[in-house]
Design a protein around this ligand. Sequence first.
Ligand SMILES: [Ca+2]
Ligand SMILES: [Ca+2]
Length: 472
Amino acid sequence: MKHLLLLGLLTAPSALAASADAWRGQVIYQVLPDRFADGDAGNNAGVNRDDLRAWHGGDLTGLTARVPYLHDLGVTAVWLTPVYAQQPGRSFDTDGYHGYWPADFRNTDAHFGTLADFDTFIKTAHSSGLKVMLDQVVNHTGYTAPLVRERPAWFHNEANCAALGNKDVYCPLSGLPDLAQERADVRDFLYGNADFWRARGVDGFRYDAIKHVPEDFLKNLVHRDADAGTFTLGEYYGGDAGTLAAYQRQGLSSLFDFPLQAALKSAVMTGSSVGAVRTVLEQDQQYPDANLLATFLDNHDVPRFANGSLFEDEARARTVYGVRALMTLRGIPVLYQGTEIAMRGGGDPDNRRDMRFPDAWTPEERAVYEATKGAIATRQASRALSVGSTTLVSVPEAHADDLLLFERTANSERVMVAWNNARDRRTYSVKFSGDARALTRDLFGQDAKLSVSGGYLHVSLPGRSASAFTLK
Ligand SMILES: [Ca+2]
Ligand SMILES: [Ca+2]
């Protein structure tokens, strides 16, 4: 037994590393299938597009038909929110269109299509070079799922859940039937669900609501995934760096970087100090690997990034700034469908409006798309930007609210990143001990300049912009 245990300890880290390494340098696109593309009107039972809480008709066939759109944008992976067969009926005047109210964890909802449609999507995505990540629910079932009646012992009891310990873990989240992962049969059921989707070709799992499941269960779950070569991305809503780092140490490949998202929103969208972003990056050494964190501007659970300004033109300009900023940062960027055209929307469900495609875009939306596509291409063309290490460059206190400078390095490639968070064009001179001499124009094609002379780095940057320059 002892030597088996030792063998386990020796093999686990390499399995963790291998499943994670395949996702280094990826750019993920988040799809909410019901709100993406309707490719089959035959599965539109109960669809009402005037009601943001009803099914809207998007499906796997529609998504498959849009794989060329994703390929053209330049993303390299797709994350689908859940496609499980959902609970019968509505709860809180809402349908299970979002996928988080599963009834059958090993089937697709008829609104999304059949398992054969899912297989076709996977095959099409893979042949276009796109990896596929699928949302997995491990905390609960839908309110009216048959499992609740069939296996009452599989669920925590509303009356005595707190007696088990941590209420976040053992008591129902929003009243949802809460699975009892401390039971071996429940654990095996959840492991089996992961194996079911893995066998269909899924490359990565996004685990929902990890704050609400027991840590030992989650640890076993993600180690099983790593052993099978599956990448894992955990959602700990609002978690701070210390909390997220602890989960990455336990074996999750990646966590959503909520602290960075909050800092990007306050600095880039609302114009507060860019020091908030610097503070987040200063905590990177807490993580086993900050380069694997999932970075994002918005998602289906928070208001749209573009909703941070009352004015649509300003929202678009700041979304372009935000996307370029995101593409300069460490981590694995995740773009939520519609962010590439600066879609607006408040909290859930207003942040889940139907995706619109090129034939329905305004010229202004097309311009945001082109800038987003260009920013992704710029990142993907640079190993320093996509997978390199990050070194912050100190700036004088007087400029600390407006200027963020950091260097990204991979092997011999060096890129200097400069964000100007001031409203207007600015020129900054900063002490710089590096030996850089030559330089390129801004990699994003903006009217920005950088030079190094006499122990100083000089930059001239447009207002509210993120630029990147190759140093030689
Ligand atoms: Ca449909
Ligand atoms: Ca729970």
